[in-house]
Design a protein around this ligand. Sequence first.
Ligand SMILES: [Zn+2]
Length: 182
Amino acid sequence: MTVRKKRIGLLVQTLLQELKISSPPVPVEKIAKSHGVTIVQRSLDDGVSGFLYPGKDGKPAIGVNTFHSTTRQRFTVAHELGHLLLHDYNDVHVDPGDFVIHFRDEVSSSGADREEREANLFAAELLMPASFLRRDLRALNSLRLHDDLQLRPIAKRYGVSLQALMLRLTNLGFLDSSAFGS
Ligand SMILES: [Zn+2]
């Protein structure tokens, strides 16, 4: 099964428009709360990034590991929100600590793996909207996207990790994947 890129793109657009968000950093907790989600901060085992409790009474909760960095917590909240809005879970869903590694969305896959890819794509789109990035990159005079010194301030502005930003830029075709080498 293929990752539903178009649906995810439209969903993110709607969420950003609802709260009139037009520049980074995208307030992911505010967006989640505006959809009735309670954010629960927990000191979890390092092997756990977060969890989603769909809530049978319409009161979903997203749990996030406070031992992780702020950028990672933001990604986790966005990932769990993606599950909530895209997938139909009746029970608690726990995400392991390494889900960011499975970030790329090109490969079609099945079942749970597809859901993880969709949640990651949703998180990347929400935290790093393509339209925002295009505007910001256009504003840079000389594009040296493999250059940490140029990318770090952008990652900071978006409230994401450098790794997440690089993967996003690669998936959008802004960054050659060979840049990861050496
Ligand atoms: Zn997940």
